[in-house]
Design a protein around this ligand. Structure first.
Ligand SMILES: Nc1ncnc2c1ncn2[C@@H]1O[C@H](COP(=O)(O)OP(=O)(O)OP(=O)(O)O)[C@@H](O)[C@H]1O
Ligand SMILES: Cc1ncc(CO)c(N)n1
Length: 262
């Protein structure tokens, strides 16, 4: 059986985040990767030098081409940039009756460059969250989506409940932006919370951690794994990828997509 996953996201020329991180992660987890590119970014380990969105029509064609011929088992969304693109993606998810949807609500790159227009946040809340099987916000993204504070674990759990109320099936709150040496990722399934704790690795090479983590969840869901199993593998995948970074580029380098073996 060949498991297939589609990523609808932006291209990172530097290869560490976006479409490139997703495809490398799918591949490493033995899932056939396909892509619909929403925007091309000129990007490296030093930052984002340019953002060039594709037309809605170009994205629609890519999604249709994949959908009619290659039927993905799971779909991930990353950088969507505008409300028009969000509405299109929501429409396509409904049209093709896709259910295993992982929405990574990408808003800004680590260096601060915007990857989603501010006015598109409402479209994300209205159109995409209700279709999300899994939502993987980092702490600043969860703050924007819920208008709630994320300082304590209790506050993050309350925010997860609110996101669940907004229509998300499973909320995975990433803990990369937290304080202290311990990193806590939280899964909320509407009833219970599950926590993954790990030691924060002291490195500046964390470009693309969020994309890679969400892509690993997507790959596991494509194989029919449960959400708990998917997050568990993703956590181990990202831990190994940050632990064994490649030390390339002179800024915030990419993670190592070769590091984890199932
Ligand atoms: N320094 C670190 N050491 C270990 N794990 C980390 C580290 N930084 C992030 N992670 C893990 O990586 C995953 C992604 O978390 P994070 O909150 O950094 O995502 P993100 O901000 O969306 O990343 P990006 O915007 O760079 O794609 C989480 O599982 C988190 O626990
Ligand atoms: C294209 C793209 N998507 C997502 C991120 C977030 O890490 C990034 N830096 N670039």
């Amino acid at each position: 059986m060949v498991y297939k996953a589609l990523t609808i996201a932006g291209s990172d020329s530097g290869g560490g985040a976006g479409i490139q991180a997703d495809l490398k992660t799918f591949h490493q987890l033995r899932v056939f990767g396909m892509s619909a590119i929403t925007a091309v970014t000129a990007q490296n380990t030093l930052g984002v030098q340019g953002v060039y969105p594709l037309s809605v029509e170009a994205v629609e064609r890519q999604i249709d081409s994949v959908a009619v011929d290659l039927s993905p088992h799971a779909v991930k969304t990353g950088m969507l940039f505008s409300h028009e693109m969000i509405e299109l993606v929501a429409h396509k998810i409904k049209q093709y009756k896709w259910t295993r949807i992982v929405v990574d609500p990408v808003m800004i790159a680590k260096g601060g460059a915007p990857l989603l227009k501010q006015e598109a946040v409402e479209a994300l809340q209205r159109h995409l969250l209700p279709l999300a099987y899994v939502l993987t916000p980092n702490m600043p993204e969860a703050e924007v989506l819920t208008n709630m504070q994320m300082e304590t674990i209790e506050q993050r759990k309350e925010a997860a409940k609110k996101l669940h109320d907004m229509g998300v099936r499973y909320v995975v709150m990433k803990g990369g932006h937290g304080e202290g040496n311990e990193l806590i990722d939280i899964l909320y399934d509407g009833e219970q919370f599950y926590e993954w704790k790990s030691k924060r690795i002291d490195t500046k090479h964390t470009h693309g951690t969020g994309c890679t983590f969400a892509a690993a969840i997507t790959a596991q869901l494509a194989k029919g794994k449960t959400i708990y199993e998917a997050v568990d593998v993703a956590k181990r995948f990202i831990q190994a990828a940050v632990e064994q970074t490649l030390q390339i580029g002179s800024g915030h380098g990419p993670t190592n997509h070769w590091a984890f073996h199932e």
